[in-house]
Design a protein around this ligand. Sequence first.
Ligand SMILES: Nc1ncnc2c1ncn2[C@@H]1O[C@H](COP(=O)(O)OP(=O)(O)OP(=O)(O)O)[C@@H](O)[C@H]1O
Ligand SMILES: [Mg+2]
Length: 461
Amino acid sequence: MSGDWTLCIDFGTAYSKAAAAPVDAWARFNPSTVRPLMLGAHSEQSNAFLLDSAVFIDGDRIVFGREAIHRANAQSKGKRLALKSFKTVLGAPDLERALNANAPASIDPHRVFQMRDLVVLYLAYLLEAARHAISQDYIIAQASSLSYRYAAPAWRPDDVAAPHITVRQLFGDADALRASVGADLLSPGGLSVQAVSDLMSNASAARPLDMGLVFEATAAAAYTSIGLEDRVSHLIVVDMGAGTTDIAALEHTAAAANELTEARVTLKQAGDFIDSVIASAALKAATWARDTDAQSALWLTMMRQMREIKETIFAEGAATLRHEGRTITLSMRDIERDADFRDFVKVLQQAYDHSLSVVRRDAKARRRSRIDAVAVGGGAGAPFVQELFRARSSRASPSVAVRPATPNWAYASEFKGNLAPVFPQLAISIGGALAPDAMLAAFGEISPAGTGQSDNQPARG
Ligand SMILES: Nc1ncnc2c1ncn2[C@@H]1O[C@H](COP(=O)(O)OP(=O)(O)OP(=O)(O)O)[C@@H](O)[C@H]1O
Ligand SMILES: [Mg+2]
């Protein structure tokens, strides 16, 4: 198969995701042509569709992804941290200032890198992982051209141009670095601090990468709308990731999705916050862990297994874990007893009510009788997110129809059962790849697929 394809990158607080689709996929949707990329296939990630968003400086090496998390965990007593919060940097009110800040000593003990350098390093790793994944995908590898997009939280409509050019520049610099250091980015040993800092200080600015920008909520709406037999007119999306919970609403016509900006809310509590609530509940339950050492050891055990613990608590109401020969059982009730958690749920409900009232007003004015709601992100299945929908779907008009987080087509045999379990996390990259140009917040250009060495187009596999 050949043709023009679109690739959308979603760099999340915890995981980066990417997906590709043929450019005409919106008009002629066929699930078998959607290609989520196995960004994590080069390492032993728990799910190959997810790439850990992390950079860690370990002695004289810079390591990435899962390896960065492993090494940072192993040194957690030394107050060393992996940088995980790229999104926080990119979401800063003064982006240039945030990028020009020196990385803190906990992240960069050599004090040689600015935040910009670390973001560029991570994006180089991400682009190399994408290049590797594309080379392993026999369908996309044959595409004749590939245009790039990235998904980002919505910026103010009057303030899109400046951050968009900054992000394109970061990707451009990252791709130039990727072209110089190549496959070492994916090796567990990573890169040499000295070599990278020499390379970076001698590099002239690369050309910004040609990339379109799709807002995350628009992308989520795009994925939800496609493949449905009936078109959705109003959609409210709750995206609970690791770093933020974002609520957004769209009014949707056949060609375009218009965001109802008044409905947009971002809360700074999401998966990472729930993790700390669960870990605190474990510390409280473990009355035998009295001193600081015992408590830090337990905290570490919790954090290492958090994903499984959280998933089990959400799905089954309770989870049991073992630590140093003891057993701790944690239930959803333990979580619900936490005062910070209760505050969070209250704020989440208020935020959802606010957004829903904005959507209802618009739907009424346009004489629509129905609003669709969908949860995406890793927290989509959390009981308190589902409860949000259940409690507020009922009587008031227009009514709210709750869409499943995972559409039927994600279970298609082509995906061999691997896509459905992580679909809510991939929804944004998939929707971003499928969305027609009319849904983009800013544009890039379609560049011919090259041999991989052009200075403004990421290399192909
Ligand atoms: N099945 C699950 N049950 C509960 N939590 C889950 C599940 N799967 C993933 N998570 C949690 O979801 C979060 C990651 O979700 P996601 O990939 O959507 O975040 P992100 O895009 O990296 O973050 P953000 O959008 O905030 O930048 C983590 O906190 C992870 O522990
Ligand atoms: Mg996300």
